[in-house]
Design a protein. Sequence first.
Length: 534
Amino acid sequence: MFSIQRDTTTYRQIETYKPEVDQFNGETILKLSPQILEELAYQAFVDINHYLRIEHLEQLRLILDDSEATQNDKFVALDLLKNANIAAGGILPMCQDTGTVIISAKKGRHVFVTGDDFDALSKGAKRAYKTKNLRYSQLAPLSMFEEKNTGDNLPGQIDIAQAETGESDCYKFLFIAKGGGSANKTFLHQATPSLLHPKKLKAFIAEKLKDLGTSACPPYHLAIVIGGTSAEFNLKTVKMASCHALDELPTKGSLEGHAFRDLEMEKEILKISQEMGVGAQFGGKYFCHDVRVIRLSRHGASLPIGIGVSCSADRQIKAKITSKGAFIEQLETDPARFLPEITDSTLDKDVVNVDLNRPMVDILKELSQYPIKTRLSLTGTIIVARDLAHSRIRAQIEAGQAMPDYFKNYPIYYAGPAKTPEGYASGSFGPTTAGRMDSYVEQFQSLGGSMIMLAKGNRGRAVRDACCKYGGFYLGSIGGAGARIAQDCIKSIETVDFPELGMEAVRKITVENFPAFIVIDDKGNDFFKALNLS
């Protein structure tokens, strides 16, 4: 199905363990210890949480050099480059959501592992998450409605297939750390063959791009797959394409039914994304860095269409083991070379400094003076609470208890940090997707809570209506810059409620020059509604 033409990846060799070459039934066998697989997985998940591909960094720099990019596009791009530079120090991961462990491998039939492949790869991933400042995000179901964090970010998703005939003596890997934000923006549409018309298909895709919104931290690497022998095969192809793992496919089809890239359609959809006006989170041209469109064979009665993204935390890395050794893709360890000679003030002088160490009524009064899309710099005290904390507070209210004072007196930041490194106030601490908390807003604001909310992505009509009714605000922050926020903006942190929730406990943080934008105001204006995303 996938006729990859060539591998142009630059690799570095891992010297720790060496494969052996043996003979069996007259054939040469590549003999591997499970320690090689464990070390490869460990190195992969450390690297992809701290480093990015050169091409991705070049694309961020391109935004700063593009005269057509908006000031908001450039502000986000500069912040993401700063974030990459901090993460490359190897202490703070680039995003607080350090992802689900996903490993896709192809094993040649002449490769023999003296142990359990799955166990070895899991051990390597576990070592990375246990020994580095990464977050445990996996919840084990104890019953249908009761869950508990597994405490090591496992289990992961590990798929091992047999390699093609020409690679019988090679073991190839794609390691992915997939955050919840971008994973949640994977869509399957079971369309009908009538959509296979240029105008109809482009119109369909243009409409569905609105469903992506900004909660998965654009600019995106967008993947669209048309066709497929099954729904699951279509979505697997979407994931591989979003990782640029299928870039070397042919660009034309044949009666053999192999997959191919449609380069012309990629250009047209990239243009559509640029004309949407969403931009790099807060308006502009750069909703997407690039687009991959892959056409697959299909059953005559079916037309699955898959859409997915890789976000600003573009975390994937290739690796391989051959008779020459174990190799892993070389990512960029010096992203500072992509930073321009430019300062924040050069980009935008109209930032509003907001002192949060005042009564809530005074902060609301100040915010009411400014229109949506106004760029803010926040300094003072914020409460951190996300899904589980909101659920606990709702349960307390419904049991007759009062809304906690901390929900009334301070802005609420939807977030969950990674582990705190020694000497730091906090671990990587970027915003989570706001939309998951939409159902709480009307109830909480009616009781005087959640009057200022801070997170990422677009929200629904219920939030817009509640803010208009009760005088609240939703502020958007830059998704994908968790390391920079931790290092430069967060000065102190303490747990104030529900410590048993781990990374989802309620915390009080002190921030300085925390970047944000007014997205929904107290008059019902909504930046994303103007773009038909909300």
